[in-house]
Design a protein around this ligand. Structure first.
Ligand code: IPM
Ligand code: MN
Length: 359
């Protein structure tokens, strides 16, 4: 076997339901790559509450070193609210996005076959800017852009730059070309005139390079209503960080369940599969968490790698995972959040079994 036949994946299980859904997703990836002669080399790294116990920090140096060496990561959610106060900020996921400049957060939302959804016809991709915007934790060279001049007054700084907006707009327009050719720019330029106004204007500048892509714009509040009322009218949404965070939860839940919503965080050199959902401590440890969001995130990770390297076997494995998830879902492998009774392990096994049927 040659070196090309091994695919290293950094695996950070995280908190809450992370140690339940992450291994299932990695097993599905291994099963999808195996028929193509590719072996997953799993590199487990400490992360989250377990890493606080073992290394004194949620993201220890050894994890940062391991991630620097591995371009493909599978990362679970974190529950920073449960950490000791001095270790709560920045949240571990934010630290990884900032440290490795994972500026593009791609969050598709589409209903699965057989799953009751509020908006069954939704097929939307939220392209969320991940490096600045209204997220105060990544807006200053030192410290956070949030402060309290008096105990009764709290202030926050939002940052929008031309460079960061331009690169996320390019991601959105490129994605639209591969989809239905329509980008909706989300802003709130009637109130946040300078920051979200710059975001809108830079996106419109980038739009001129894509005359084949249709452009619309919406205020973020109207966008939330439109997602419920006319999801068919939306293809790709491009939004600053906080707006994209909120709209992607909404789109995920409308299309069936937040637990099924996948997400990829990418730079030009690295990508992190991390589902849209959080750590869900209320159901952790019971084996009932929905692994589909995490499995779909890993499919996105493999597709990103396959497209970037021209390694068609990896792209084929990603396509097979998506088809197998749809197949398993149509055949009733659904967790409680989707109205079913399957366990996390049941869904993983059903998806692995479906791989041979769709392959
Ligand atoms: C997400 C999460 C994170 C975020 C939290 C946990 C800091 O909600 O990935 O969407 O807001 O970015
Ligand atoms: Mn979120």
């Amino acid at each position: 076997m040659t070196a090309d036949d091994h695919l290293p994946l950094a695996v950070l299980a995280g908190d809450g339901i992370g140690p339940e859904v992450v291994p299932v997703a990695v097993e599905v990836a291994a099963a999808a790559l195996e028929p193509h002669g590719i072996v997953v080399d799993r590199v487990d790294l400490p992360f989250g509450g377990h890493a606080i116990a073992s290394h004194g920090a949620p993201v220890p140096q050894t994890t940062l070193d391991g991630l620097a060496e591995t371009p493909l990561w599978v990362v679970g959610p974190h529950d920073s609210a449960s950490y000791p106060d001095q270790l709560r900020t920045p949240p571990p996921g934010a630290l990884l996005r900032t440290r490795f400049d994972l500026f593009a957060n791609l969050r598709p939302a589409r209903a699965l076959p057989g799953v009751p959804a509020t908006t069954p016809s939704m097929d939307v991709l939220v392209v969320r800017e991940n490096s600045e915007g209204l997220y105060a934790d990544r807006n200053m060279a030192v410290g956070a852009g949030e402060f309290m001049p008096t105990p009764d007054v709290a202030m926050s700084i939002g940052v929008v730059t031309r460079a960061a907006t331009e690169r996320i707009a390019v991601e959105a327009f490129e994605a639209a070309r591969r989809r239905r050719g329509h980008v909706t720019i989300v802003h709130k330029a009637n109130v946040l005139r300078l920051t979200t106004g710059l975001f809108r204007d830079v996106c419109l500048d980038v739009a001129r390079r894509y005359p084949d892509v249709r452009v619309s714009q919406q205020h973020v509040d109207a966008m939330a209503a439109l997602l419920v009322r006319s999801p068919d009218a939306i293809d790709v949404i491009v939004a600053e960080n906080l707006f994209g965070d909120i709209l992607s939860d909404l789109a995920g839940e409308l299309s069936g369940s937040l637990g099924s919503a996948p997400s990829l965080n990418a730079s030009s050199a690295r990508a992190m599969a991390q589902a849209v959902h959080g750590a869900a401590p209320d159901i952790a440890g019971r084996g009932i968490a929905n692994p589909v969001g995490m499995i779909g995130s890993v499919a996105m990770l493999l597709r990103w790698h396959g497209d970037r390297t021209g390694e068609h076997r990896v792209t084929a494995a990603a396509d097979a995972i998506d088809a197998a998830v749809a197949h398993a879902s149509a055949n009733g492998a659904r967790t409680a959040d989707l109205g079913g009774a399957a366990t996390t392990a049941d869904v993983g096994a059903a998806v692995r079994a479906a791989l041979s049927e769709v392959g």
